[in-house]
Design a protein around this ligand. Structure first.
Ligand SMILES: *Cc1c(COP(=O)(O)O)cnc(C)c1O
Length: 402
């Protein structure tokens, strides 16, 4: 977009909004599928999908239709009432895994907050012990509320927010021995992303995650998998943990659940669900009729169109394709990581320049941990669109070499 117009938008925002975000230099007006258009009419290939949110693409016609139909029928009632829309969604989401029950909320952090509360209350009121501590891993991301910031455990994000609530311990990733040592009678749960997202697209190794599950079981500690980014088909299985043959006690979801409307969910087993009774936890908006109807439609479309399977196949192709770039330009790419369409290209150098050059060429991706080019495209992205990214990245690397 023209720099004059961008400067003007920036100046207005500076006056009106509390500064909390650094923005991409774009003002987007409209989207369709994997395409976005800015206010000057420029077209972009969107390989970020609102940070893994718009899984079925922008302006999806069936989603728009469901949304407008439900908006005319009923938007919100509160959880004082029974709502069939919630039950339809619950039935569909529970079919995707081994869980028995679900609680709905409005975001990822809230889903994790609910999981932390459930883990504590299950121990304190069902098991009648005093366990409260939650253990998390280096480079994890679990949210920005005070408690989930405690779980996220990153000093840079916690800066200036003392005191962070107690009851959280952050330990090294891929170190089962450290976990064994960290668990004590105070430990209520372990929270883990099977494939770390914000942390730079890092799939847990099979050995590590199996050890984590085994240790949790042996010590009577609840295993919580944060599936907010890696869940809902993103990695070629319904849930990230399903790549590893483990069965966590609790899993949390959000981001792509309602294709852009705010929604979160926490799933668990009948046994652990005993930790909550009427009044234990609540959310005014949680599972409202409209978001629930939309989320149920998301799951219906994903199942009908076999999206999870397609994501798995396309992801395998993408990783091989990106590894070819690595071979073609030795020394530029440290590692290609990911599963399905949660893809990371870890560059051998700080990659902001590459990210910017991609944006100049109208391709939107994300940069995380300074060196990792992260792709989280709509799950409906095509091979041709990913190939366009790959060949553009090759062009950029070729020019950089000169
Ligand atoms: C985005 C994210 C969250 C936080 O979700 P919000 O909706 O921003 O609160 C938590 N965990 C993971 C793994 C995420 O990717």
């Amino acid at each position: 977009m023209s720099s004059a117009k961008l400067a003007e938008i920036k100046e207005r925002e500076e006056k009106l909004l509390i500064r909390s975000y650094s923005r991409y230099p774009l003002s987007i007006e409209r989207g369709e599928g994997c395409r976005l258009w800015d206010t000057d009419g420029n077209e972009y290939l969107d390989l970020l999908a609102g940070i893994a949110v718009v899984g079925l693409g922008h302006s999806n016609e069936e989603i728009a239709e469901t949304l407008s139909r439900q908006a005319r029928k009923l938007i919100h009632l509160s959880n004082l009432f029974y709502q069939e829309e919630q039950l339809e969604l619950a039935k569909r989401i529970l079919k995707t895994a081994h869980f028995d029950k679900v609680f709905f909320c409005n975001s990822g952090a809230e889903a994790n907050e609910a999981a932390i509360k459930l883990a504590r209350r299950y121990h304190q009121r069902v098991k009648n012990n005093k366990a409260f501590e939650i253990i998390s891993f280096d480079r994890c991301f679990h949210g920005r509320t005070l408690a989930t910031l405690g779980a996220t455990g990153r000093a840079s994000l916690q800066d200036g927010f003392d005191p962070i609530p107690e009851g959280f311990k952050n330990i090294p990733w891929e170190d089962a021995e450290a976990l064994e040592k960290a668990i004590s009678p105070k430990t209520a749960g372990v929270i883990i992303e099977a494939i770390q997202g914000e942390g730079g697209v890092r799939p847990a190794s099979m050995e590590f995650i199996k050890d984590v599950a085994r240790i949790c079981k042996e010590k009577g500690v609840l295993l919580i998998t944060d599936e907010i980014q890696c869940g809902l088909g993103r990695t070629g299985k319904w849930w990230g943990f399903q790549h590893y043959g483990i069965e966590p006690d609790i899993a949390t979801s959000a981001k792509a659940l309602a294709n852009g409307l705010p929604m979160g969910a926490m799933m668990t087993t009948d046994e652990i669900a005993k930790g909550f009774v009427a009044g234990s936890h609540a959310s005014t908006f949680g599972g409202g009729a409209m978001v629930s109807a939309v989320a149920a439609k998301v799951l219906e479309i994903m199942e009908r169109d076999k999206i999870v399977e397609k994501v798995g196949e396309l992801g395998e192709w993408a990783i091989k394709r990106f590894e070819k770039i690595s071979e073609k330009f030795p020394g530029t790419i440290k590692e290609v990581r990911g599963k399905g369409l949660l893809l990371g290209i870890d560059m051998a150098f700080p990659a902001r320049e590459i990210w910017e050059e991609l944006l100049n060429r109208k391709i939107i991706i994300n940069l995380t941990q300074e060196t990792v080019l992260r792709l989280l495209p709509p799950l409906t992205v095509t091979k041709e669109e990913l190939e366009h990214f790959a060949s553009t990245l090759e062009d950029i690397l070729a020019e950089k070499k000169k």
